[in-house]
Design a binder for this molecule. Structure first.
Ligand code: GBH
Length: 468
């Protein structure tokens, strides 16, 4: 059912697992700052130690081997490598750490997929305006070039930015992620814009200076739910679904994969709302300047983070200026979809198949990596996590159907996550791991869940390109 070269992976992110927040010359990131402020994160949890992967990397490697993964997706902590965010000072201990991780993986026949940015901006750059400042694109590009130069001889799959949607909206509209700013209807569009510019610059750098020699591939990871109209035949619901897609998936994919610019539907909705509210400034959704490097075509594959699905109808605005009002689309759950751990995660494996087909049709049949997909547990933790096992089995079956029946070019699947870890605003209360981590134990001992065992079985069954 799966080709021999299919990537079977699991994913993590630096801030969620590493700890060592001040170790060996690492600079602070916006998540260090955010967590150390009162009232930001569930029970004031923070990632100071997390899974302590900075010290316990070899334990993670054992987990990776126990699962039989062919690929491991990790992220680099920008501030561990470049404490003030710039290449004027390189932290050699940070370089050593990631060199060891990459070398150990390759020695075990596991290919790394490396994300450059998974929510953790160096605080020093936040102090200069962060993602709202246009200068961030050049700074990101320098950091990216440093990583390509240093690790690109061995890393062949790169993700520049993970989920620009979440960074922009959660970090700058809702303020529930770092840096915690709330400027509804304005800042998120600017941040998203600078993230796209940063991504495109880094892709062009790779293309011009590294691709010929290193022969790797670069993309950005897009999070998207599968969306469908609340009532299948209802015109208003269909239009709301299209708007909702435009404001989430479309926001970051139209520029890169389709037109080089934002979805027309998104711009017209924002401009209409601005007019209605008597906004006198320029368009809240910036434009790409002609002098800049092209945004279109700056992805070598499609990287998708899929978790859940929604039904859509019009409405759901905030009554004033905000993204929700611009989008004018409310998202609801179908009562037949089970909710597992967290309230947002309705279990809809078949939504992934539909989304994959939509991606094939909309973006001209790109190579797709599912760079995240997972299921959380809350509260009392059972090693026998049968529900999660079922979730992975069902989801992987849907991926197989997408490939075989719909002809989607899926190249790999990464479970989120290798380990229970720091789940952002939910702290350690929400657990996505294939391995349980005992956060009360100084050794942060890792124990495989039943779902981990079952995922390992699936991998070993398909790894050799055999079908049953
Ligand atoms: C991923 O984002 C992240 O890349 C990863 O770091 C994280 O650990 C993982 O998800 C699990 O959450 O406003 O409370 O209804 C997934 C995309 C989009 C998931 C927004 C949560 C709504 C949360 N996210 N979504 S809520």
């Amino acid at each position: 059912m799966f080709p021999r070269e299919f990537a079977w992976g699991a994913a993590t992110a630096a801030y969620q697992i590493e700890g060592g927040w001040q170790a060996d010359g690492k600079g602070p990131s916006i998540w260090d700052t955010f967590c150390h402020e009162k009232g930001r994160v569930f029970e004031e949890h923070n990632g100071d130690v997390a899974c302590n992967s900075y010290e316990l990397w070899e334990k993670d490697l054992e987990c990776i081997q126990q699962l039989g993964l062919t690929h491991y997706r990790l992220s680099i902590s920008w501030a561990r490598l470049l404490p003030d965010g710039t290449t004027s000072h390189v932290n050699q201990k940070g370089v050593q750490y990631y060199n060891k991780v990459i070398d150990d993986l390759l020695a075990c026949n596991v290919s790394p997929m490396v994300t450059l940015y998974h929510f953790d901006l160096p605080q020093a750059l936040q102090d200069q305006g962060g993602w709202k400042s246009p200068d961030i694109a050049t700074l990101f590009d320098s950091y990216a070039k440093f990583c390509f130069q240093t690790f690109g001889d061995r890393v062949k799959l790169w993700i520049t930015i993970n989920e620009p949607y979440v960074c922009a909206k959660f970090g700058h509209e809702d303020g529930i992620h770092a840096p915690g700013s709330k400027e509804p209807g304005i800042a998120a569009y600017l941040v998203g814009h600078n993230m796209l510019r940063a991504h495109a610059m880094a892709w062009h750098s790779y293309d011009s200076f590294y691709r010929t020699k290193q022969k790797g591939a670069v993309s950005l990871a897009i999070n998207s739910d599968w969306l469908e109209p609340l009532h299948a035949g209802c015109t208003d619901d269909i239009a709301a679904t299209e708007r909702s897609f435009a404001f989430t998936l479309g926001w970051f994919t139209w520029p890169v994969f389709v037109t080089g610019d934002y979805p027309e539907l998104m711009r017209s909705a924002i401009d209409a709302q601005s007019k209605k509210l008597g906004w006198s400034g320029s368009s809240r959704l910036p434009s790409f300047s002609k002098d800049e490097l092209a945004i279109l075509g700056t992805a070598d594959f499609f990287a998708l983070n899929y978790y859940t699905s929604r039904k859509v109808k019009p409405g759901g605005g905030c009554g004033k200026m905000c993204m929700e009002s611009d989008r004018d689309a409310g998202e609801v759950l179908d009562p037949s979809w089970p909710i597992c751990g967290v309230s947002w995660l309705a279990v809809v494996p078949h939504g992934l198949r539909k989304l994959l087909k939509y991606i094939k049709d909309t973006f001209n049949n790109p190579a797709v990596y599912i760079t995240e997909n997972g299921f959380s547990q809350v509260g009392a933790l059972q090693i026998e996590d049968v529900q999660r096992s079922g979730f992975y089995k069902d989801t992987i079956l849907e991926v197989a159907k997408a490939m075989q029946e719909d002809g989607v070019n899926v190249r790999g699947y990464f479970a989120w996550s290798l380990l229970d870890n720091f789940e952002w605003a939910d702290g350690f209360s929400v657990r996505f791991g294939l391995f349980q981590v005992d956060f009360a134990d100084a050794k942060r001992s890792r124990t495989i869940y039943q779902s981990g065992r079952d995922y390992a079985k699936i991998i070993s069954k398909y790894k050799c390109g055999q079908s049953e």
